[in-house]
Design a protein around this ligand. Structure first.
Ligand SMILES: [Fe+2]
Ligand SMILES: [Fe+2]
Length: 223
């Protein structure tokens, strides 16, 4: 079976991910690079394993997580769909069975909150993992020279995020998104302003996996 480490080593994947990161940097968005892909890959796999999926599907979720933003190499607009088709082409070229590559394609094509829906377990795990990665390390503006008020809201929220992690609480039957926000840097309302749509999608994704979605901010259960 093709594994996520085979995918990481592939020269075509490396070139496309390099270009995706270049384009996102040129647009001034938060970091979407190998760090983000690696974290989303790990979390998507962990979530799927913890809801009882077999190792084959866990590996497909890890691959979907690693490749989910490669469409940014073409254009940020519709990057989920373009990335899905790119991933299908790469994975079948690497020898992945068509059905497995199609599973990854569908998950990637549905990871964005603007048009995505949790249409499979792999898709659901990918959505939860992707939306959970909010962290100050994703901000690229020079924050020593730019004041907090002059940063855009995405940078402000990410910069204020001290910790963010997503996990399955098996006993409680919950998927928990646990975030610590420095409220000196940004009010919790800013987080909701940009993440409301994403949180709705996370709730649907947890539903698909038969779990309740719980959002914890600074130790307080909000959803
Ligand atoms: Fe994305
Ligand atoms: Fe992403």
């Amino acid at each position: 079976m093709i594994t996520v480490s085979d995918v990481k080593k592939d020269e075509e994947v490396k070139a496309i991910m390099y270009m995706a990161e270049n384009q996102i940097e040129a647009l001034g968005f938060t970091e979407h690079s190998v760090r983000h892909s690696g974290i989303v890959s790990k979390w998507a796999g962990d979530i799927l394993r913890d809801v009882g999926a077999d190792e084959h599907r866990v590996e497909l979720a890890k691959i979907a997580g690693y490749l989910h933003d490669i469409g940014n190499s073409i254009n940020r607009y519709n990057h989920a769909q373009s990335g899905a088709i790119l991933a299908y082409k790469i994975l079948t070229r690497m020898g992945m069975p068509y059905m497995d590559a199609a599973e990854v394609m569908m998950a990637i094509g549905n990871h964005d909150e603007r048009e995505g829906l949790p249409v499979s377990d792999i898709t659901s795990a990918l959505i939860l993992a992707d939306k959970a990665d909010v962290h100050k390390s994703r901000v690229r503006a020079n924050t020593t020279r730019v004041s907090m008020e002059n940063l855009n809201i995405h940078d402000r929220v990410n910069l204020a995020a001290e910790k963010s992690l997503v996990y399955v609480n098996k006993e409680a039957g919950e998927v928990v998104l646990d975030i610590v926000i420095d409220t000196e840097k940004c009010p919790v309302m800013d987080y909701f302003e940009i993440y409301f749509g994403r949180m709705q999608l996370c709730r649907r994704a947890a539903d698909f996996l038969g779990k309740k979605f719980v959002l914890v901010i600074n130790g307080v259960r909000l959803l």
